[in-house]
Design a binder for this molecule. Structure first.
Ligand SMILES: Cc1cn([C@H]2C[C@H](O)[C@@H](COP(=O)(O)OP(=O)(O)OP(=O)(O)O)O2)c(=O)[nH]c1=O
Length: 186
């Protein structure tokens, strides 16, 4: 059995897309916010997966964590609409990186990986930012946007895995599962 240790509807949709049979159980693990982006997302993915794995014997548990990185700053989900507006203003007209860490836990064994994708955002006017934040879409998204959502019109270019930006790098997850001996798909 596979459990996705996540409350994210996007992660569920991505796993469903590839025909994976799984159940989901959101974790309430406290997340790390500071450090090198790759370490932060790997650690958080592991914390989420471990918390759920502790409740289930002989079960594969997948955890994931996504952040947006602009220079030295790491953006998670905004705290409110004003915070979302501030993040979008900073991302406007710039290239940033999206990091997603993934962790696979089976009893006391762990496997970890991460993926990064470069995203170029168009110049956004204050009016565009206000109109977009008013939709509510940014609120549960790292970096305050959704490449798969309404803000797709602001994305000029992406270089790397698309599913990584949405929240679960499917190719890397498949490779990690193969290495671990977990059957992600039948
Ligand atoms: C950049 C970006 C992020 N996101 C989402 C994916 C994640 O759901 C969210 C990042 O927050 P996370 O803390 O990684 O995940 P989560 O709190 O939504 O879910 P859980 O911890 O239970 O697994 O941002 C998009 O949907 N589209 C995007 O383009």
């Amino acid at each position: 059995m596979i459990i996705l240790a996540s409350a994210s509807p996007r992660r569920r949709e991505l796993l469903e897309q590839i025909g994976c049979k799984f159940i989901f159980e959101p974790s309430s693990a406290k997340e790390v916010k500071h450090g090198l982006p790759a370490e932060v997302v790997k650690e958080n993915a592991l914390l989420k997966a471990k918390q759920i794995a502790a409740k289930h014997q002989d079960t594969w548990v997948i955890g994931a964590d996504t952040v947006v990185v602009l220079g030295k700053e790491i953006y998670g989900k905004p705290i409110d609409a004003a915070d979302a507006g501030t993040m979008l203003k900073k991302l406007s007209g710039k290239v940033h990186q999206v990091y997603t860490g993934i962790a696979l836990v089976y009893n006391d064994k762990i496997w970890q990986a991460f993926s990064t994708t470069e995203v170029e955002m168009a110049d956004l006017s204050q009016k565009e930012i206000e109109r977009y934040t008013a939709t509510g879409e940014p609120l549960d998204k790292a970096g305050s946007y959704a490449v798969q959502g309404k803000s797709a019109i602001f994305i000029k270019k992406i270089d790397g895995s698309y599913s990584n930006v949405v929240g679960l790098p499917l190719h890397q997850l498949y490779e990690l599962c193969k290495r671990a001996g977990c059957k992600l798909i039948e």
